[in-house]
Structures are given as C-alpha cells and as structure tokens.
Design a protein around this ligand. Structure first.
Ligand code: MRU
Length: 341
C-alpha cells in the first residue's frame, strides 16, 4: 500500500486524499502553511495519521529555516506546534504527537540546530513506527472477535489512509480477510465527505478486496437483511469512561446495532485515549463548513442560502459500545482508561 505520509528528500510527500479515488495525486509539503492547509482541507486526515503528519511537520519547519540561534529555533518550534494544535480539535492523536514533539524541544539543552532537528526526527519516526505496531497488535486482537464467514460493517476510513499502517478498524478487517474469516465487508459511504465511499473502497480494492458500498441511510436495513455479524469503527478521542468520538454516523450505527443485537467494536490505539477527559461531555466536536453539505462532488444539491449544521464527529456513549480494542487488549464495560506515557 502506498504510504499517505512519508519523508521525501527535503519535503513531506503526502497523498492528497481529497482527490481520491479519481487520481492518486502526491503533494509536497515544504512549509508550516502547507502542512496546516493539508490538515484543514482533509488532504491528510484520520486520527493517527494526523499525529504522525503533524510530528513530521514540526521537523520540516525547523530543518528548512536558515536560522541557527538555538533559542530562536526553539521559539519557532513552539509556535509551529501551537499553530498545528489549532487545526482540528477532535482527534486527540494530533495533540498526543505534538505534546511529544514539544517535550523534545523542552528537554533539548544543546546549541546545535542539526542535533535538535535530528532528535525531533527520531521522535517523529518513533511516533510513526509505534502507531504501526499498535495497529498490528489491534488487528491480531480484533480478529479473535470474528465468527467464521463473518459479514462486517464499517464506517469512514480507518485503514492505511488514516494511519500510515494497516489501520484500526480496517486493520481488523484486513487481518480477518487474511485469515479467511470474513465473507463480506459493507462500507458506509460516510456523508458528507465520503471517506467510506472514496477512501475505504479505494484502498480495499487496491488490496484486492471487494467491499460492498452502501448508503448511510441503508445501514439499519442492511444490518437486518444481510445478518451483519459485527461492526468495527475507529475513534478520534476516547474518554476515560469509554465514551467515544468518531466520525459522524457512528452513534447512529451504535443505536442500530443495539436494536439488532449486533456487536459494535471500537478499535483505536492508546494514543486515541484522552487521559484527562472523564467522559464524552467535554469533547470538542469539530463543525465543518457549509460547502461540504450543500454540494456533492462540486455539484449543488441544496439551495446555497440554506442553513446547515455539519458536525464532523459524534460521541457514542460507552453503554452502546460492546468492546474497545486497543493494542493493550480487548476491554469490556465498565471502561476505565488511562494513558500511560
Ligand atoms: O474527518 P476524518 O476523515 O479525519 O475522520 C476520520 C475518522 O473519523 C476515523 O474514523 C478516525 O480518525 C479513526 S481512524 C483510524
């Protein structure tokens, strides 16, 4: 699978995910402004990938400046981190990764800019590698929850394009297919940005897996008619009590799952756990722009003056979640999370 984010010479090379599936277009990130634009415009998206990309972006900014006074370099590092923190509010992985980069800056006491950049690069690579290890572990754990010949449903995109590695919820599905335990994968289109339709189906097909794409509003009927065995979703932020923010529509799926007696599993690395937040009440849920809702592929589908409300995520209460899978294990309610660093 092509990496959606990687260091390439003196840039960060990313796949512009807004252009998928029509074209695989690479974009080269040189500056902080490029990085911020890539996050805000969803060229780079998905909770773990946001953290990985933001970490590389901090390195990118500092290695390309022609300033060698170490205090000034650090100041630029801190202010870049602050700006990156302001891009998207919900995925805690972004903040987790930036906190780690900030710690490296704080703890660096040398005088040599190159050495600082080297330490930051080591940390960014470690964040990237660790997310990969977590994904692999979750995939192995999650597969144990699958019955034979399972029919599974998933929402949004939680695979390579969201993690730089095998994925969270989609990682379990890749592993289930590799172990011949999955018969059918139903992917919700995931309005309004269509991460399911555009990205999940694309990356599964790239990996020779044929998913079945369904509209969001057919989820209940498909669950019933196709006898879905399990639903797998990712997370952008998990509170200590297990309340989970994920792509808008996940809460709806969890309610439907309860009605139909279908287990719904959240698959997310420990970097998606917010150790401060007691429950879902305080979660900052990103609201996005009107254009995403009133047009479809650039074509208007609603009067341009209509009022809209475009939440990018929702919060699924813990009592609707069958289990949460992190790299540390499969957790059942009552949930009590704490992130160890
Ligand atoms: O708005 P996006 O595309 O960044 O949202 C992504 C999701 O909601 C994913 O489900 C979540 O980040 C988990 S991905 C591993």
């Amino acid at each position: 699978m092509i990496k959606p984010v990687e260091i390439f010479r003196d840039t960060i090379k990313v796949i512009d995910q807004t252009k998928l599936p029509q074209v695989v277009r690479f974009e080269y990130i040189y500056t902080l402004k490029d990085a911020i634009d890539a996050i805000v415009s969803l060229k780079v998206r998905g909770a773990p990938l946001l953290g990985i990309f933001a970490a590389y972006a901090v390195v990118q900014v500092l290695r390309n400046i022609d300033i060698f006074d170490i205090e000034r370099v650090k100041e630029i590092g801190f202010s870049s981190i602050d700006e990156l923190r302001r891009t998207r509010p919900t995925a805690v992985n972004l903040f987790y990764a930036l906190d780690r980069m900030e710690k490296i800056l704080n703890e660096f006491h040398g005088n040599c800019k190159d050495k600082l950049v080297e330490s930051l690069m080591d940390e960014a690579k470690a964040i990237d590698r660790e997310e990969g290890e977590r994904c692999q572990k979750m995939a192995e754990l999650g597969v144990s929850l699958l019955p034979d010949r399972a029919k599974v449903m998933t929402i949004c995109n939680t695979g390579y394009l969201a993690t730089n590695h095998i994925g969270t919820a989609l990682g379990v599905i890749y592993e289930g297919i590799a172990q011949d335990k999955i018969e059918k994968v139903f992917a919700l289109e995931t309005r309004p940005v269509l991460q399911g339709a555009r990205l999940t189906t694309w990356e599964l097909l790239e990996n020779n897996i044929t998913p079945i794409l369904i509209t969001d509003n057919s989820a209940a009927f498909v669950m019933e008619k196709e006898k879905i065995d399990a639903i797998f979703a990712g997370a952008d932020r998990i509170a200590r009590n297990g309340d989970t923010a994920n792509k808008i529509g996940t809460y709806m799926l969890a309610i439907l799952a309860k009605h139909h007696g279908v287990p719904i599993y959240i698959v997310a690395p420990s970097s998606s756990v917010d150790p401060i937040l007691e429950n879902g009440d305080g979660m900052k849920i990103e609201k996005r722009n009107k254009e995403e809702v009133i047009a479809f592929g650039g074509c208007p589908v609603a009067p341009k003056d209509v009022d809209i409300l475009n939440y990018a995520f929702d919060v699924t209460p813990n009592n609707l979640i069958t289990a949460i899978i992190t790299e540390e294990g499969i957790f059942y309610p009552p949930y009590r999370f704490n992130r160890k660093d």
